[in-house]
Design a protein around this ligand. Structure first.
Ligand SMILES: [Mn+2]
Length: 312
């Protein structure tokens, strides 16, 4: 029987690093061999982090056959998992996101706690087992916490994230210049068409009876995205290609200025965002003077609104 550990399709740095760290933890605490793998692509920030700490890239796979078991990290959202994955073979989940679907994974031990990074939960497991991660894995975990919390500035950041970083500090210190390098790598969209930027950062969420598609882009300079003249047209095209998706919008996080720029080309979508998150639009654009994350801010607000108002 093969055991795999992975995050959602097209994982971020938290997802990839947690998969690798989980494998080390399972090997050392339970003598179980999990293979960390990736579905989809490994983003530029994650590539930078892996090479910085001298860790080989996990294999990218596109199918699972035979008798296997799976541990999931950084997700328990069925819509974000690969097609064909047998959820009954998921034995463990470590996640930090609200509005997932625990009932879909009947045989899994689920830990879902709302901290800023799944990596924080893995660090706490090492601590609980009185084990230090290897220097490489310590580096990946620290980088994952910094990436997922936008250097402890995202509203989802908790004291546990800070405490986990402090605990790793004797083994690994992430310098400010390296944090900046990570952010630059993450927000590097040069050479991509607007359609490619949207597609690479698009995710769907079910809130009550409807599906909402959200593009979340992290950017050092949000205007690198907002000034793309074809953005409204490409967003419209994306929405038209997803007729079952009730609303589609773009959220651009300004990583340095700590802002969120929301672009919604349909009046009904703007209405929904005004009601759920209280933002103010000028034309298609709303500028919010803080960071709003897709899974921790937008989706829970939409779910709450749906519960209050009934199906839209
Ligand atoms: Mn995460």
């Amino acid at each position: 029987m093969n055991r795999y550990v992975f995050a959602y399709v097209n994982p971020d740095t938290d997802g990839v690093c947690c998969a690798i760290a989980y494998a080390e933890l399972a090997a050392r605490t339970r003598d179980e061999c999990f293979l960390p793998v990736v579905w989809g692509r490994i983003n530029r920030e994650t590539q930078l982090v892996l090479s910085r700490f001298g860790v080989e890239r996990p294999s990218v796979i596109n199918a699972l056959d035979g008798d296997y078991r799976v541990a999931l990290v950084d997700t328990h959202h069925p819509q974000h998992l690969p097609d064909g994955l047998d959820f009954d073979r998921v034995v463990e989940i470590i996640d930090h996101h609200p509005a997932g679907h625990p009932e879909a994974f009947a045989h899994a031990d689920l830990q879902n706690e709302e901290v800023g990074a799944a990596a924080t939960l893995i660090v706490e497991r090492f601590r609980a087992a009185a084990l230090r991660p290897s220097p490489q894995v310590a580096g990946l975990l620290a980088a994952a916490i910094i990436s997922s919390t936008l250097n402890l500035k995202a509203p989802s950041t908790s004291y546990r994230d800070q405490r986990a970083l402090d605990w790793l500090r004797p083994v690994v210190e992430i310098s400010e210049p390296f944090v900046e390098e990570m952010f630059v790598a993450l927000s590097d969209t040069a050479g991509l068409t607007t359609a490619e930027v949207l597609a690479a950062n698009y995710k769907e969420f079910r809130t009550g009876r409807i599906t909402i598609g959200i593009v979340q882009v992290e950017a050092i300079d949000p205007t690198a995205i907002t000034r793309r003249a074809d953005l409204p047209e490409e967003l419209r095209r994306l929405a038209e290609a997803r007729p079952d998706t009730a609303h589609v919008f773009v959220s651009i996080i300004g990583m340095l200025a700590q802002t969120t720029t929301v672009i919604a080309v349909h009046a009904a979508t703007r209405e929904l965002l005004i009601r759920s998150s209280g933002m103010t639009f000028t034309g298609d654009v709303a500028l919010v003077p803080k960071i709003l994350l897709r899974k921790t801010d937008f989706v829970p607000a939409l779910v709450t609104l749906g519960e209050q108002e009934g199906p839209w």
